[in-house]
Design a protein around this ligand. Structure first.
Ligand SMILES: [Fe+2]
Length: 204
């Protein structure tokens, strides 16, 4: 994750024909998702949340803008991260994306993740070998999960700034960033969760 920015620059996106959706409508969409039955919890109450539980956890945070709305800000030069939840089982961040922002391919070490989109659009790609990457696009009011085994990449998929909420269990402490090394060999660089992922590590 990035260090706290020294200088905040409000993001000025190119004109987009579709105005941002009102937050109240996005929250209603998450509330409808949350009306579905909860995923079956692990028998051990201290166990890590599974990916479906994490997806729901991210939706719960997304449906409660009082927790995070005051932290929203955008920079053109980097994604903005703000931690909005932390306990012994889960930690969660608000992430604000500008035009072209891209994590590059990475993993979350042994943590699974749940991601809720609260504004704009994001694209997720799962790294595959011998076949094209598996891609999906998500809009405000949608959520998805990332198993701990996945190697993925997330990009701002729209013309407007995007805002997402990411929850991890066990709490995210380490990540791995992938890049192409000498001779085309795939290399993994171990990172702290406080270091920012950059697309130049491996973008395709
Ligand atoms: Fe990720």
């Amino acid at each position: 994750m990035s260090a706290r920015p020294a200088r905040v620059v409000w993001f000025a996106a190119a004109p987009d024909p579709a105005p941002p959706e009102p937050l109240s409508l996005v929250v209603e969409r998450f509330e409808r998702l949350l009306a579905a039955p909860e995923p079956i919890p692990a028998e051990d109450p201290g166990a890590s949340l599974n990916p479906k539980q994490l997806e729901r956890f991210a939706a719960v945070l997304a449906a409660d803008p009082a927790r995070w709305r005051h932290l929203v800000r955008h920079r053109q030069d980097a994604r903005v991260y703000e931690q909005i939840f932390s306990d012994e089982r889960v930690n969660a961040w608000l992430i604000c994306w500008g035009d072209g922002h891209d994590t590059g391919f990475h993993d979350h070490n042994d943590s699974a993740g749940g991601i809720a989109v609260v504004a704009g659009r994001v694209r997720e790609e799962r790294l595959a070998v011998g076949s094209p990457t598996v891609t999906r696009e998500l809009s405000a009011g949608e959520c998805f999960n990332v198993p701990a085994t996945a190697i993925h990449r997330v990009l701002n998929g729209g013309a407007q700034p995007a805002i997402t909420i990411h929850a991890y269990s066990p709490p995210l402490t380490r990540m791995g960033a992938y890049r192409i090394g000498p001779g085309g060999a795939l290399e993994r660089e171990a990172l702290s969760h406080e270091q920012e992922l950059r697309a130049e590590a491996l973008a395709a």
